[in-house]
Design a binder for this molecule. Structure first.
Ligand SMILES: [Zn+2]
Length: 381
């Protein structure tokens, strides 16, 4: 039914439906496991009860060949790796069920790549990477497409060639140089760099700009998405100066002299070089390091020339909204009401749009004959 209503993409992972949101799941209740946990609890109740009638029931039940609560409960305990003789709290049973879903998810060859290579990385902020879906309004079908992208359950040419063993060459339909993988389409195709990726990126910059401007009482629209940045600009008042896409003049040659935003907090005499990027989810750690080193020289020059304390702020949001632990630190340094969940939602929704614009709307459905006309139509649009 979820698939029929497009709230779950057919080839996306089923285990994830029943994992809590903070574990990277959809947070639905699984009736089968609800039943199983009740049977385990029922067994515990029967064993603990000292009433002679209950004891008689237990004795009878243990000797039944069919429909024995005790035997069924033992079976479930084995399945969930619960110690059979112990009394288990509700939390222990729940944790065992979560663990079972998590293991099943990670053991899958294709779907298991995202949890193993992205979520299980030490620097990844797992809870924050998914909480935004609860905080921000998002349609079930967009949510489903974001999960399907993470599961790589997307009908790319590489998927057709390597997984479905169809006679296609597997190269990207736009650039024709790299394999057409999900990661390539959402963040690696040079043909999309100047269009869809820029749009996604600028959307995030626009929001951060608006937050900074609002904090310092600049005249801005009441709604951040109406504050559209069109050309490089500088705004300044008594407490702050904000530069968007403006290069910095320096004494020595600095190659990277134009971060997305330069924010000068005059009250604190601090300057923040803010650069925002939406890389593949697999690449958020390296991107942060890359941004820090890229603007290291500019930071030193700005500190010296402007007699200020300059700081590089890399804001790295994975293409489907996943974030590293450090994001909180960087956002806190800016001391502005930036809602990380808005950044995550914008990045993920744009990524979902990119996938369906490039590959066509039927991309999440397992068609044996993918439609051929979608690329031409999309370029025309
Ligand atoms: Zn390409």
């Amino acid at each position: 039914m979820l698939a029929m209503k497009k709230a779950h993409m057919q080839k996306a992972d089923v285990e994830r439906l029943y994992l809590p949101v903070t574990e990277g799941g959809r947070g639905l209740i699984n009736v089968e496991f609800m039943y199983k946990s009740q049977i385990v609890k029922y067994k515990q109740y029967l064993n603990e009860e000292s009433d002679y009638l209950i004891k008689a029931i237990v004795q009878h039940d243990t000797h039944r060949d069919k429909y024995s609560i005790m035997k069924e409960a033992q079976e479930i305990e084995r399945e969930l790796h619960l110690q059979q003789k112990n009394i288990h709290t509700n939390k222990e049973i729940k944790d065992a069920i979560i663990k079972r879903h998590n293991e099943a998810w990670r053991s899958k060859q294709l779907h298991g790549q995202f949890p193993k290579k992205v979520l299980d990385q030490a620097n990844l902020y797992k809870e924050l990477s998914f909480k935004w879906m609860k905080r921000q309004q998002i349609s079930p079908s967009i949510e489903a497409s974001i999960f399907a992208i993470q599961d790589q359950a997307v009908m790319t040419r590489q998927h057709q060639r390597d997984i479905l063993k169809e006679p296609v060459d597997g190269k990207c339909r736009l650039c024709a140089t790299k394999d057409e993988t999900t990661q390539h389409i959402i963040s690696g195709c040079e043909k999309l760099a100047g269009t869809y990726y820029v749009k996604r990126h600028n959307n995030l910059v626009q929001y951060v700009y608006w937050c900074l401007a609002k904090k310092h009482n600049f005249e801005v629209s009441n709604l951040w998405w109406k504050e559209i940045l069109t050309q490089p600009q500088v705004i300044e008042n008594a407490t702050a100066k904000i530069l968007w896409e403006m290069p910095v003049q320096t004494d020595v040659t600095v190659t990277h002299n134009r971060p997305d935003l330069i924010y000068i907090d005059k009250n604190k005499n601090r300057t923040f070089l803010i650069d925002i990027t939406v890389p593949s989810d697999y690449n958020i750690g390296p991107k942060e390091i890359e941004k820090l080193s890229k603007y290291h020289l500019l930071k030193a020059e700005v500190s010296r020339l402007w007699n200020t304390q300059a700081t590089v702020i890399p804001i790295v949001i994975g293409a489907t909204g996943v974030v590293a632990r450090s994001i909180r630190k960087y956002i806190d340094i800016l001391d502005t009401n930036i809602d990380i969940s808005i950044l995550q939602k914008q990045a993920a929704i744009h990524t979902s749009i990119i996938i369906s614009k490039v590959l066509g709307d039927t991309v999440f459905v397992h068609n044996t004959q993918p439609e051929q006309h979608t690329l031409r139509d999309n370029i025309a649009n």
